[in-house]
Design a protein around this ligand. Structure first.
Ligand SMILES: Cc1cc2nc3c(=O)[nH]c(=O)nc-3n(C[C@H](O)[C@H](O)[C@H](O)COP(=O)(O)OP(=O)(O)OC[C@H]3O[C@@H](n4cnc5c(N)ncnc54)[C@H](O)[C@@H]3O)c2cc1C
Length: 410
């Protein structure tokens, strides 16, 4: 059956970005169809996504206004301090480290750790309660035809749906975007991110740690209770071997990197692995198509910014389209969509290249580079304004935030 009843926006991909965008668009008064190839029960399952996300202040304000934050608030852990250090496996962190204390830039924590399993479920529950959003899954979008004033989304069940605008939220190197002629720049980091959760004897006191080990960063992110989420970035062959270890051997490898500062450490639950790459779309928009989230920019997870950037895209696109509709403009028109692109592309590209540079500088064991970065770490630690600039970035306190991300705006 072809459903040619027109919705305002068709979103391809109901990951964290697609779901958040659907809610942001509904808040602006648009009707939305949200398509995903995977069943909702599988995506909302506890073991689907083992990551935890450091949600910046603006993202938190947006999730609150979208009716999502209250659903996860009981499960979150604020980050009060960040310790950054250089190290080698089994040697512990180098004595030269950076200490970011949130009190230097305000009362708010740097970010709040939310486990993706809770965030996903909360987003899908909020979507299910919205009369403006139809979450259609499991269906794969096979192709999109673009016409004057409309786009037809063709699904693998043989149906087609009409919308005024299509948004690609289908992840890195989006098929939907490439089919529309969008090109990408990017590279593989030759790294894999292993993710797991650990329990430790002593409380973490809300402190996040980033150790720069030669094979890549090892991040310890505080979770509620005496637990932390780990992102252990490793060479793909070694990551594959680590993923194949039995629980005891895997736990021993984690403990070698983690150290003993929080007492005994035990891995709990499953482990996940994610390939790490950079992909930047040359264009964020074409007539009747916009790209959001990883479909527009896949960045290194070194500073935990990928999803926060995607949420900014969603907020900026929803605001741009809302303003255009109120002026009587066509939301699929390229001139309207270019406003969104101009708003978001520079910020995303600057952040992606910044993460790339950090990873290159730190993920090696070359002696002169090691010395230079330790001197750099010590310098940043001593220079107050520079240290505070890094902290504001980490907390997402940047100018030009869309209204829905500003705590005191509507
Ligand atoms: C190890 C690691 C740690 C991270 N930590 C952080 C962090 O602390 N903070 C942070 O801000 N970010 C973090 N990120 C980044 C963040 O997780 C991603 O940016 C985010 O999950 C991307 O979401 P997305 O919705 O854009 O894409 P995806 O999650 O890739 O979702 C794409 C969706 O599209 C669907 N799809 C694809 N093609 C089709 C089709 N043809 N038809 C229908 N459906 C389709 C898929 O089924 C999928 O559900 C981390 C990333 C990694 C790898």
């Amino acid at each position: 059956m072809n459903d040619m009843t027109e919705t305002d926006v068709a979103i391809v991909g109901a990951g964290l970005n697609g779901a958040a965008l659907a809610l942001a668009l509904a808040r602006e008064g648009f009707s939305v169809r949200l398509f995903d190839a995977a069943p909702i029960e599988i995506r909302a399952d506890e073991v689907f996504d083992g990551r935890a996300t450091a949600i910046a202040a603006g993202s938190r304000a947006m999730l609150r206004k979208l009716g999502v934050w209250a659903r996860v608030a009981e499960t979150v852990e604020p980050i009060s301090d960040i310790l950054v250090s250089d190290g080698r496996v089994s040697e512990g962190a180098s004595p030269l480290f950076l200490h970011f204390d949130h009190r230097e830039v305000g009362d708010e924590p740097f970010g709040t750790l939310v486990e993706n399993r809770f965030l996903r479920r909360a987003l899908y529950d909020a979507v299910a309660e919205s009369d403006a959003i139809e979450h259609v899954a499991p269906v794969r979008v096979e192709r999109v035809d673009y016409g004057t004033g409309w786009a037809n989304v063709h699904l693998d069940d043989g149906t087609a749906h009409r919308a005024r605008l299509v948004v690609a939220c289908d992840g890195r190197r989006s098929r939907i975007a490439r089919d529309a002629g969008v090109r990408y720049t990017g590279w593989d980091y030759n790294q894999t991110g292993i993710v797991c959760t650990v329990e430790h004897e002593r409380p973490h006191e809300g402190v996040a740690h980033e150790y720069f080990l030669p094979s890549g960063p090892f991040a310890i992110l505080p979770l509620k209770d005496n637990r932390s989420s780990l992102v252990w970035t490793e060479r793909p062959d070694l990551a594959k071997a680590a993923m194949g270890l039995d629980d005891a051997a895997f736990g021993a490898e984690v403990a070698r990197r983690f150290g003993t500062f929080l007492g005994e450490v035990t891995v709990t639950g499953p482990r996940w692995s994610y390939p790490v790459s950079l992909s930047l779309a040359h264009d964020y928009v074409c007539p009747r198509l916009a790209l959001v989230g990883d479909a527009a920019h896949g960045v290194h997870p070194i500073a935990g910014q990928g999803l926060n950037l995607g949420f900014k895209d969603s907020a900026a696109l929803a605001q741009t389209l809302g303003e255009a509709a109120r002026r009587g403009e066509d939301i699929g028109d390229l001139n309207v969509l270019r406003r969104y692109e101009r708003w978001r592309r520079f910020d995303n590209t600057a952040m992606a290249l910044g993460m790339d540079a950090l990873n290159r500088l730190f993920s090696n064991d070359i002696a002169p580079l090691r010395l230079a970065r330790d001197i750099g770490i010590a310098a940043v630690g001593r220079i107050g304004p520079l240290r505070r600039m890094f902290m504001r970035q980490a907390a997402g306190m940047t100018p030009g935030l869309p209204r829905v991300m500003q705590e005191n705006a509507r």
